[in-house]
Design a binder for this molecule. Structure first.
Ligand SMILES: [Zn+2]
Length: 386
């Protein structure tokens, strides 16, 4: 059994311990100490990282009561070594884990929510609750959770006896056996947990909900606390400042400024479509009526406008009415219509002649072509009616 120093002191970053075992496995060394301040992966939180006697601790797992440190180098068994837990990472994770307890305890007290899922990422954490919450409910949980931070309450760690445990009301995700560690925040939360915590709620700094979405009959929330929340605030402030500069709008007026921009864009789109149709009618009017085929190359990269042009040209051509326009990745796209030729049947021959692919209905086909303008024009104009 490794003695878990992080169990009772989350702020212990430097410690000395004895190496009990060191074994190589797939390029990493698995090191077991008599005691450790390194928190192993567990309960939705990743393992601490840091240094141990000059080697790097990359990961840590608990196996049958022992904590195995996965390191990038060996340490001699029996040696006394100094360990340093990555302080910044641990402090941020404690702010977020304690913040999660405060939030989940508050949600449980106010709305009877059970926490059915927890995962801590790098910069935020995810909580799943078993019931849906409205925006207002989430906001009041967030406010009261931050009230608990402001009250700077103690966060107490206890190991109750089985008898004491039966009498205790606490949140827990599963049936627990053996020694149970209870984390209590008076008046806010009481929960079984194995992770390191800050000493007082004030250390959490701030608890902020970043996102909420429906999830399996309940709600999935993304939260950020403490320094991670500060980083998030900085990123958002930066984005708001950049958008504000781009739109020449005051920072608290960027939403109406974006709405204005979208309206302008929609109006331009509409105007553009009208102009395109106007242009197409003009172009179609310029084409002579013919018993044979028509073949046009247009710069308009708008399929709807091209289709309309083909519809107008079909009335003027006895054979094929073909329009080619620029493809998105080079070459041409085409739409071909006809009153007399069954294009579904002719598609294979047409594609073979213009290096193309595509198909459609008897009266209209569309696709892409790889041949040159001259080759395509020569082929289409010579294409027989029957
Ligand atoms: Zn916990």
């Amino acid at each position: 059994m490794t003695k878990k120093l992080y169990y009772t002191d989350g702020h212990l970053f430097d410690f000395t311990a004895k190496v009990l075992r060191c074994e190589e496995n797939k390029g990493r060394w698995e090191i077991v100490l008599d005691e450790t301040a390194f928190f192993p992966e567990g309960g939705g939180q990743a393992a601490d990282r840091g240094n141990l006697g000059g080697v790097k601790v990359l990961d840590a797992h608990e196996k049958g009561g022992e904590i195995v440190h996965y390191c990038d180098g060996p340490l001699p068994a029996g040696a006394s070594v100094a360990g340093q837990v990555d302080r910044e990472l641990r402090l941020c994770r404690m702010q977020n884990h304690s913040g999660e307890h405060i939030f989940s305890g508050t949600a449980h007290r106010l709305y009877g929510c059970e926490n059915v899922g927890f995962h801590m990422g790098e910069g935020d954490l995810t909580i799943d609750f078993d019931r849906e919450l409205s925006e207002d409910e989430i906001r009041s949980i967030e406010t009261q959770a931050n009230e608990a931070v402001r009250a700077d309450l103690p966060i107490e760690i206890t190991f109750p006896s089985p008898e004491e445990l039966t009498a205790l009301e606490y949140r827990s995700k599963k049936e627990l056996t053996g020694e149970v560690r209870i984390v209590t925040i008076p008046g806010v939360d009481c929960c079984a947990c194995c992770a390191p915590h800050v000493n007082r709620t004030g250390e959490v700094g701030v608890i902020k909900v970043l996102n909420a979405e429906r999830h399996r009959g309940g709600v999935r929330l993304v939260l950020s606390c403490g320094m991670w929340a500060l980083e998030d605030y900085r990123r958002k402030q930066q984005s708001a400042a950049e958008i504000s500069a781009l739109l020449s709008a005051k920072r608290d007026e960027i939403t109406p400024a974006v709405q204005r921009l979208l309206h302008e864009r929609d109006a331009l789109k509409e105007k553009n479509a009208l102009l395109a149709m106007e242009l197409i009618r003009f172009k179609a009017a310029q084409q002579p009526e013919t018993e044979g085929n028509l073949c046009l190359f247009e710069a308009i990269p708008d399929e709807i406008a091209v289709r309309e042009l083909v519809n107008l040209l079909v009335k003027k051509a006895g054979g094929l009415a073909a329009v080619f326009f620029p493809g998105e990745t080079g070459g041409y796209r085409y739409i071909i219509g006809s009153r007399s030729v069954d294009l579904r049947k002719a598609a294979k021959a047409i594609n073979a002649g213009i290096g193309g692919r595509g198909g459609g209905r008897p009266e209209m086909i569309q696709g892409s072509a790889a041949a040159s303008e001259d080759e395509i024009r020569g082929f289409i104009l010579a294409f027989p009616k029957a």
